[in-house]
Every structure is written in structure tokens, then in C-alpha cells.
Write a protein that binds this ligand. Structure first.
Ligand code: HEM
Ligand SMILES: CC(C)=CCC/C(C)=C/CC/C(C)=C/COP(=O)(O)OP(=O)(O)O
Length: 338
């Protein structure tokens, strides 16, 4: 190698730093932001917020203060993000082994556990402050109880030790509509608890359908999910039972609570019938992973659309429209009968 070649080679890293420094810094920063964003499991948060909004709309009978809505959703998102981040810290050992979760920021070495924990504490603190100041203390305490329940009861205590882990632990995921309801009214009534109950009953079919698809991964890391311990047939049976409990529960909002009307009732019956059909198919073919996947995916769409039904039904314009339709039908019937 000539002297000039040696000089050129030794200069190369420096030239790279000089020419690439800015784009690289930018790239690294956006990578870091992306990693912290992934820690929060954002797609799950979106559905949690949809259920929070449904709680708010129903509690406010369709007339929600926009500032309260935005603040509660932000506070709820920060609390859920905190809970999910702590879950990622706690579960990083098994996440490292499972194929589905290996790419997550902690097992893949992109974020240190200590930094993730500081991030989660900051999120929870901001959430509590925001909800206390803009909504009320009850909403803030409920959001914090969601974090504590999900982290201590589900992630720490039940997930690795009980076959009923997600049935009891699922209560954490049912708290967001309570947060929404409390933010609007300052207390919790039957309607709020029924929304809680609907999501509580929805969680086992939602999760066990997924667990049937990835049973072997849970088995590998020793997590006692129902399909691992009792097999596909028993799991499909349990899914069917929870589905049969969930569908009538959704209708209790219409009767006897009278908190929702015809638009919601129609939506709940239509969506529930498809849910039941998919759960029935799984009961007939418990080993079929395509059927399990279809039920898992549909469970997400189901909850989204059911909440949309609650929101649309609670709007004053919907109420006026259905009242007008009912009156017209009554007039028509009496005209025909006379
Ligand atoms: C204990 C209760 C629950 C358990 C154990 C559970 C478990 C899971 C798991 C393991 C996944 C796959 C996630 C992934 O691969 O990253 C998932 C996906 C999902 N879960 Fe749940 N879940 C629960 C409750 C809920 C609740 C209450 C909601 C919202 C109301 C929810 C919404 C979602 C959504 C939207 C997805 C799809 C995420 C995506 O597309 O990546 N889950 N759930
Ligand atoms: C009000 C409030 C803040 C409530 C918290 C609600 C909350 C964060 C629910 C999350 C439910 C969920 C995605 C569980 C999966 O955990 P997993 O550990 O079984 O999933 P994984 O195997 O994908 O890590």
C-alpha cells in the first residue's frame, strides 16, 4: 500500500463523519423515538381509547366537551402506554425467546430496561396530572389502577402462574371505559359497569383465539395459557361460552338500562351474530388455525364497531331521527288500521 493510499484510507472514517454526521444523527434520533413508541404497543392503545370514548359518549348522552374528550384520551393513552412499557420490561426474558416478540425494543437491545422504566414512570406521572387537572381525581385514580392491575395482577402474578390468567387479568383492559365515564360524570353508574363487563367477557374470546394460533410459543416459554394446558377443544368450548355470555350482555344497555336505542341494538345484534358464527365454527374445528385467526381479527373489528354503534346511537341527531321514524311508522299503522 502506498503512503497516499494509507492517508486516504485513514481519512475515510473522518470524511464519512463529516459528510454523514447530520443525516446519521437524524436517523438515530428517529430510531430512538420509534423504539420508545413501539414499547407502548400503540395499536392496542388505539382500541383501548375507542372504548374510553364510548364510555364518555354514553355518559354524556352524545354531548361531550371536546377539551375533556381530548384530555381524557391523551391521559388514557399515556396511562396505557406506561402499563404496556412496564409489561415489556417485565416480560423481556420471554419476549426474547418468542418469535412474535423478539423484535421488541428491549429484547432486541434497542432500549435499556432502566430507561424504559424511567419512560413509563414519566408517562404515568403526566397521565395522572393531566387527568386530575382536566377531568377529576376518580378518572386519574382509575387510570392508575389500570396500570397497577395490569402490571402486578396480570403480568407479575397471573400470567406465568395461572391458566385463568387472562380471565382475571383481563379486568385491566376493561378499565378504560370506566375512566371515560368517570371523566364525564365524576362517578360510576350501572352503565359504566356494564361496559366494563362487556369488555371483560370479550377478552377471553379475543385472546384465546390468538393463543390457539401461537400455542407452541407460549408452551416453549412455560406460560400456562389455556390452549397449552387444556388443549384446543377445551379452549374453543370456553370461547363459545364467553361469546354466549357477551352477546346478551351487550343488549343489557338497551334493556333494562335504557342507555342505548335502536341503532345500537341493531348494531349489537348484527355484530354479535357474526361473532357467534365464528365462535361456533371454531367449536366445530378447534384445530383450524385459520378459523382461530379469523375470530381473533374479527374480535378487534367487533369491539371497534360496537363502540362506534354506542357513539352514533348516543348522538342527539340519531335520537331525533329514530323518534321521527317511530312516530311516522305509528301514524302509518294507525292510518292503515282505521
Ligand atoms: C388480558 C387481556 C388481553 C390480553 C392477554 C391480550 C393479548 C393480546 C396479544 C398477545 C396480542 C398480540 C399482540 C402482538 O402481537 O403484539 C393482542 C393484540 C391486540 N389486542 Fe389484545 N389482549 C388483551 C386485551 C385487550 C384489550 C382490552 C384490548 C382493547 C380494548 C386489546 C386490543 C388488541 C388489539 C387492537 C390487538 C391487535 C394489535 C395489532 O394489530 O398489532 N386487547 N392482544
Ligand atoms: C386504564 C389502563 C391504563 C388500563 C391498562 C390496560 C392495558 C394496558 C391493557 C393491555 C391488555 C394487553 C394488550 C395485554 C397483553 O399482554 P401480554 O403480556 O399477554 O401480551 P404480549 O404477550 O404481547 O406481551
Amino acid at each position: 500500500m502506498t503512503n497516499s493510499q494509507i492517508i486516504t484510507n485513514s481519512l475515510q472514517p473522518m470524511q464519512e463523519i463529516l459528510t454523514n454526521d447530520r443525516p446519521r444523527l437524524h436517523e438515530n434520533f428517529s430510531q430512538v423515538v420509534k423504539s420508545y413508541y413501539q414499547l407502548t404497543k400503540p395499536r392496542i392503545i388505539l382500541l383501548l381509547l375507542i372504548t374510553t370514548s364510548a364510555g364518555m359518549w354514553m355518559a354524556a348522552k352524545g354531548e361531550v366537551d371536546p377539551l375533556l374528550l381530548v384530555s381524557t384520551i391523551t391521559g388514557g393513552a399515556l396511562a396505557s402506554a406506561s402499563a404496556n412499557t412496564i409489561n415489556c420490561v417485565y416480560d423481556s426474558d420471554i419476549d426474547y425467546i418468542m418469535e412474535r416478540t423478539r423484535w421488541r425494543p428491549i429484547p432486541s437491545g434497542r432500549v435499556k430496561k432502566r430507561d424504559a422504566l424511567i419512560f413509563a414512570i414519566a408517562l404515568a406521572t403526566i397521565s395522572f396530572t393531566l387527568l386530575t387537572v382536566v377531568a377529576n381525581l376518580l378518572a386519574a385514580l382509575l387510570a392508575m389502577s389500570g396500570i397497577v392491575f395490569y402490571v402486578l395482577i396480570y403480568t407479575h402474578w397471573l400470567k406465568r402462574h395461572s391458566v385463568q390468567n387472562i380471565v382475571i387479568g383481563g379486568a385491566a383492559g376493561a378499565i378504560p371505559p370506566l375512566v371515560g365515564w368517570a371523566a364525564v360524570t365524576g362517578d360510576l353508574s350501572w352503565g359504566a359497569w356494564l361496559l366494563f363487563g362487556i369488555i371483560f367477557l370479550w377478552t377471553p374470546p379475543h385472546f384465546w383465539a390468538l393463543a390457539m394460533m401461537i400455542r407452541d410459543e407460549y408452551k416453549e416459554v412455560g406460560v400456562p395459557m389455556l390452549p397449552v394446558i387444556e388443549g384446543d377443544e377445551a379452549t374453543a368450548r370456553q370461547i363459545w361460552i364467553y361469546t354466549l355470555l357477551m352477546i346478551p350482555a351487550t343488549l343489557l344497555l338497551v334493556y333494562p338500562l335504557h342507555l342505548a336505542g335502536a341503532v345500537y341494538a341493531g348494531t349489537a345484534i348484527f355484530l354479535g351474530a357474526i361473532f357467534a358464527q365464528k365462535a361456533w365454527l371454531l367449536l366445530q374445528t378447534p384445530e383450524d388455525k385459520v378459523v382461530a385467526r379469523s375470530l381473533f381479527k374479527y374480535s378487534i373489528l367487533y369491539l371497534m364497531l360496537l363502540c362506534a354503534g354506542i357513539v352514533v346511537d348516543s348522538l342527539p341527531v340519531t335520537h331525533n331521527l329514530t323518534t321521527a321514524v317511530v312516530q311516522n311508522v305509528q301514524t302509518l299503522i294507525s292510518a292503515v288500521v282505521m
